[in-house]
Design a protein around this ligand. Structure first.
Ligand code: FES
Length: 317
């Protein structure tokens, strides 16, 4: 649930950006200012005690407000419908400070960005930063139709650095050909979008070892996180409570059943909301966020998917 890192912001403006996409500009409350952030960052929006959603910041880093864009998800748990239908200018929202799992490295000779659908949102401030830095960059932005592609007008200022691909006009994209045409084989590629698109970009990067790839995922990779041979183990909480985690159960579910409150969102190891300090034991990391160094340090873990190497973990939960 909300922590000291959360802050209350005011919705300054709302706008329809494309079919099913609504943007909200969030501002600091009177006299306050919003924390600094870097391109690629996202915030948590706390919608209820157990409903938290992540949204990438899509405004310019120098702008006074934070813009998020919300895709209506008819099959979701109601978070996007609430932000579409119930929230208006003047309302307040509880949000986290920005976190960045998709940081931009401008110290690279060529940048290629790939965005699918709503995946354009974290990319927008990255383009602005690359442009300001005088970088050599191009964007491939893919969508089903013009109506579904948010912010296409904003991208017009970048001219032919931006390649728009509409399925209804050109059919499914030949992604490898598009990436070749943008020089992606020799570039640092940043991609955000549906899992099928990210898998295709990953396949391209695997076939071109001279490229570098950074992905922003909205959902876990298809192979998932559960494994044959997963064993039960014990979690000890900061106040000494012992909780058994069954073989087919997540730490989050076991703690919740035991009455220990946790904060989660994606439950797939891709958002970072459930990051928890490790006080003892060796985590078996299965998230898609921590770097090799962070895994080796073993100081924190994502308790929605990660498990224990051994019989016991002590968590600051
Ligand atoms: S809830 Fe998203 S990483 Fe655990």
């Amino acid at each position: 649930m909300p922590t000291q890192e959360h802050l209350t912001v005011t919705v300054k403006e709302t706008r329809s950006e494309a079919a099913g996409v609504r943007s909200l500009v969030l501002a600091a409350r009177e006299g306050g200012s919003l924390p600094a952030w870097t391109p690629g960052a996202h915030i948590d929006v706390v919608l209820s005690r157990d409903l938290v959603r992540q949204y990438s910041l899509s405004s310019g880093t120098e702008e006074a407000g934070w813009r998020i864009a919300v895709l209506r998800e008819p099959d979701g748990r109601g978070g996007s419908a609430y932000l579409h239908d119930r929230v208006e200018a003047g309302d307040t929202l509880l949000v986290s400070a920005p976190r960045n799992n998709f940081a931009l490295d401008l110290d690279t000779p060529r940048l290629v960005f790939v965005a699918g659908g709503i995946g354009i949102t974290p990319i927008l401030p990255m383009l602005a930063a690359a442009e300001r830095a005088g970088g050599d960059w191009q964007l491939l932005y893919l969508g089903r139709s013009a109506e579904s592609m948010a912010f296409a007008e904003e991208l017009a200022r970048y001219g032919d650095r931006v390649r728009l691909h509409r399925d209804d006009v050109s059919g499914l994209a030949d992604l490898a050909a598009e990436l070749d045409a943008m020089g992606a084989a020799q570039a640092h590629v940043y991609a955000c979008g549906p899992s099928g698109l990210l898998a295709a970009v990953q396949e391209y990067a695997d076939a071109h070892p001279t490229s570098r790839l950074t992905l922003e995922r909205f959902a876990a990779a298809p192979e998932g996180h559960a494994r044959d041979g997963d064993r039960p183990f014990t979690v000890e909480t900061a106040d000494g409570q012992e909780v058994e985690v069954e073989a087919g159960q997540s730490i989050v579910d076991a703690l919740t059943l035991a009455g220990v409150r946790t904060l989660t969102s994606c439950r797939e190891g891709v958002c970072g909301t459930c990051e928890t300090p490790v006080l003892g034991g060796n985590p078996d990391h299965r998230d898609q966020l921590l770097s090799e160094e962070e895994r080796a340090a073993g100081d924190v873990m994502m308790i929605c998917v990660s498990r224990c190497q051994g019989d016991r973990l002590v968590l600051d939960a």
